[in-house]
Ligand binder design. Structure first.
Ligand code: HEC
Length: 394
């Protein structure tokens, strides 16, 4: 019952996290596109202090957008700020992280084969990494390094690599990915909270007081918002990667993560340039080529043949190692309904799932979940041999 209720919280939070994340990243994409697509307005608009405008059509109507060089003559009664999307994404994400990885640390966070941490130790490490990550990034943004975009990006990538490697010595494979995703997401939300929104407040304050706003705020906010922009694709990749064990459960999963973060940021560069009217297809082509190379490098090794494996042998392995969870009536104390809807009760079902059994139990080896049922390498080999010989049930 307890795990049933937790599942509902999990579903609700994940739903809210995805919705708020879409609203945040969607607004971010929209405004970046807007900024990069502005054109020189007609003279009468320029006289009003408008330095760029554009027209759009959407949902059956025309929109006219104008961006002011400084500020309008008068503050409008209603001014939209776009900040709760970011905060709500972070808050729901952090609760979800706590619910799955911290409350369920024994299942999802701690890998006793890597480090036999106590629950509180593992949680403390996780949270410390998020805090330290923000601290280091924030410090770097305030240093002269921030003026050199490419070098800054490379150094951040190096820090991500070191953190991912360090975490991979301590946590489960999935937890490594999620913590790097949370690290980047935390920096993004903190950028909004600590720099971008205060900069906007300063703009409004200066306007109301009839002052010239301090340009330093604008420069800082621009830097952070550029970083956030390049982080969007990598962070979305990391958040969805939990469904793809071929990435996180590879022996060099941490390096795969670094490569995919770099490729994601590089791909984002293409869109940033394109909005400005510069189309460099080679960026996208090289990003795809790099992705293909990564995919090729991490192809799972071929399964060593185990001779003839009968279906009876397979069925008994599955019953012993998988059916505690993957059954209509699971006996596992945590998974009270068949995970991912996969039931392996009948020979038909086992046959139907054969390709996924090969993938998860033989190649990426992340099933049985945390190897809670203690499958042996030899048994994995047998499952693999059976699938590759045609997955016959007679
Ligand atoms: C302790 C519980 C547990 C055991 C034992 C277990 N699994 Fe899973 N399985 C899960 C969970 C949780 C998920 C859903 C999360 C995911 O996909 O990673 C899952 C998902 C799956 C999926 C569906 C996702 C996909 O890739 O299509 C397959 C197939 C699978 N397991 C195969 C197996 C096989 C084969 C075994 C036995 C060798 C096994 N599992 C043992 C918990 C378990």
């Amino acid at each position: 019952m307890e795990s049933y209720i937790l599942d509902w919280f999990n579903l609700l939070l994940r739903f809210l996290h995805v919705i708020t994340g879409i609203a945040w990243i969607g607004a971010s994409f929209y405004f970046i596109w807007l900024d990069n697509s502005l054109q020189t307005p007609p003279e009468w608009k320029q006289k009003k202090g408008i330095y760029g405008d554009l027209w759009a059509i959407h949902g059956g109507g025309f929109y006219e957008v104008a961006k002011y060089r400084n500020a309008p003559e008068q503050l409008p009664v209603t001014l939209h700020w776009f900040k709760w999307e970011a905060y709500a994404t972070w808050i729901t994400g952090f609760i979800l992280l706590s619910l799955i990885y911290y409350l369920g640390a024994d299942t999802y966070l701690i890998d006793p084969e890597k480090a036999d941490l106590k629950q509180w130790q593992a949680i403390a490490i996780g949270i410390a990494v998020l805090a330290a990550g923000w601290f280091i990034y924030d410090l770097a943004c305030r240093s002269p390094l921030a003026e050199h975009g490419l070098l800054f990006g490379l150094i951040m990538l190096l820090i991500i690599a070191l953190t991912a490697w360090g975490l991979s010595q301590l946590f489960t494979d999935r937890a490594v990915y999620i913590h790097i995703g949370a690290l980047i997401g935390t920096a993004m939300a903190a950028n909004v909270y600590f720099t971008i929104i205060p900069a906007q407040r300063e703009l409004v304050r200066a306007m109301e007081a009839g002052d010239v706003p301090d340009p330093m705020w604008g420069i800082r906010a621009k830097l952070r918002s550029t970083h956030n922009n390049y982080a969007t694709l990598p962070v979305i990749f990391i958040m969805t990667s939990n469904h793809y064990p071929m990435t996180y459960s590879h022996p060099y999963g941490w390096l795969v993560l670094v490569a995919l973060v770099a490729i994601g940021a590089w791909a984002r560069h293409f869109f940033n340039l394109r909005h400005k009217g510069i189309t460099r297809p080679m960026i996208l082509v090289s990003a795809l080529a790099a992705l293909a190379i990564v995919a090729w490098l991490i192809i799972p090794p071929r399964v060593i043949s185990q001779g003839n494996v009968s279906f009876n042998q397979v069925q008994s392995i599955i019953q012993q190692r998988c059916s505690t969870c993957h059954s209509r009536k699971p006996t596992d104390k945590q998974f009270t309904t068949p995970p991912a809807g996969v039931t392996l009760d009948t020979s038909k079902e086992i046959q139907r799932w054969a390709p996924r059994i090969l993938q998860r139990a033989v190649q990426t080896k992340d099933m049985p979940f945390m190897n809670r049922t203690g499958i042996t390498e030899q048994e994995r080999g047998k499952l693999g041999a059976w699938v590759q010989a045609g997955a016959r049930t007679q």
